[in-house]
Design a protein around this ligand. Structure first.
Ligand code: CP3
Length: 361
């Protein structure tokens, strides 16, 4: 081990591969976890969730703890990710919304103009106390497996609030951004406050790392991302950095053109989807900051490849591990979330393959 200093201030996780890799150290094996590892691909998840609406489940500490632990038990992944949702803090703050199965978050009164932005409530810590309780339960149960907390980034949250639900083209969101920049920035500022408060609660309760999901940022040009989104995401990373010295991960889909700018927002690790090979991503990320440390990346197996049979999966895992060696650190993951019809056995085999391949080095 080259990293002997504790990498977490909360539990003694000095050797935890996820945290060592996130800091650019030499982990005992390449860490692996999966976005959406807790969810519908697992029969035990479907059983646990039966009869409980999604957002209610997220506010029930025992259930959050159980669902968060399921993929750790089953797959032996190197991290747990808190079972929650990016829209939970909005719901908890009083925004009228629901998560509709098969669709996603649906907002009852979408934001149209400045009056709606002024009326948007901000989150108070007490409103997500069940999440803090769930984190405390998990930290006591997880042993030497780190817990990743998370939140949605302001742009992706704004997209749901302005469009009223999932959107292919984000036309209302982009119309507001370009026609009324003042209202746009006021909205993103409020959302950044809520996101930061939600992360503050999770960090205070003991999460070991955080991931900021800007899932739909890839819909933006680099110019628009820099002007309308980056300053708000940066404020969140700066805010978290003031709270604790824990690794911060930033991820979005289709962000090949934005990788350098996303790194400039201030994360320690940048998530990459399957469209950009990790070695190419490293070159793009490095170019953003001349002289900076080699970037640490997370990714990037195409979740659809998990349906292609083991030979194809194995080939792709080996390719990704080889490309990841160009980085200052590599956290193996999918390029986006686990699809609900994925065979969980394949996920378990991927974890074993990544571990055996990388611990023989
Ligand atoms: O990764 C994990 O295992 C932790 C849990 C997690 C969920 N949502 C649980 C969930 C995480 C990290 C999220 C984040 C999230 N939520 C994102 C960012 C990640 C991404 O996929 O880009 C986004 C965009 C959302 C919004 C959202 N919530 C969507 C698009 C959906 C899916 C709708 C559907 O049914 O197809 C949800 C619901 C949701 N969030 C489910 C889960 C397990 C499904 C709810 C169910 O089981 O009925």
């Amino acid at each position: 081990m080259t990293n002997s200093a504790p990498v977490s201030t909360r539990r003694d996780l000095a050797d935890a591969p996820l945290l060592v890799a996130a800091r650019g150290g030499q982990p005992r094996h390449t860490p692996v976890w999966f976005m959406r590892q807790a969810g519908r691909s697992l029969p035990e998840y479907r059983r646990a969730r039966e009869g409980t609406p999604m957002l209610q489940a997220c506010l029930t500490p025992d259930l959050v703890s159980e669902i968060t632990l399921q993929p750790v038990r089953r797959h032996g992944v190197d991290a747990a990710i808190l079972f929650s949702d990016i829209v939970l803090p909005l719901y908890a703050a009083g925004v009228g919304l629901d998560i509709v199965a098969g669709t996603g978050p649906v907002v009852s009164e979408p934001i149209e103009g400045p009056a709606d932005v002024s009326a948007l409530p901000s989150l108070e810590a007490g409103q997500v106390e069940p999440v803090a309780e769930a984190v405390r339960l998990l930290v006591s149960e997880l042993g030497d497996t780190p817990l990743i907390g998370f939140a949605g980034a302001p742009f992706t949250l704004a997209s749901y609030l302005v469009e009223g639900g999932p959107s292919r083209n984000h036309e209302r969101t982009k119309a507001l951004m370009h026609s009324d920049p003042q209202t746009w920035h006021a909205l993103l500022e409020k959302l950044a406050d809520t996101t930061l408060e939600f992360l503050r609660v999770q960090v205070g309760a003991g999460v070991d790392a955080i991931q900021l999901f800007d899932s739909w940022a890839g819909a933006l040009s680099l110019r628009d991302y820099r002007e309308f989104v980056l300053p708000h995401s940066r404020r969140i990373f700066e805010g978290v950095a003031e709270l604790a010295d824990i690794p911060k991960i930033h991820f979005g889909v289709g962000t090949g053109e934005l990788l350098g700018a996303m790194r400039n927002a201030g994360p320690d690790v940048v998530g990459v989807d399957w469209r950009v090979p990790l070695d190419t991503a490293v070159a793009r990320l490095g170019a953003a900051e001349p002289g900076a440390a080699k970037p640490v990346v997370q990714g990037n197996l195409d979740p659809a490849v998990l349906f292609a049979g083991w030979d194809a999966v194995e080939r792709e895992v080996h390719r990704i591990l080889a490309e990841g060696r160009e980085a200052g650190g590599h956290i193996f993951n999918l390029g986006h979330g686990v699809l609900p019809t994925t065979d969980p056995e394949v996920l378990t085999r991927v974890v074993e393959l990544v571990h055996t391949t990388t611990s023989q080095r």
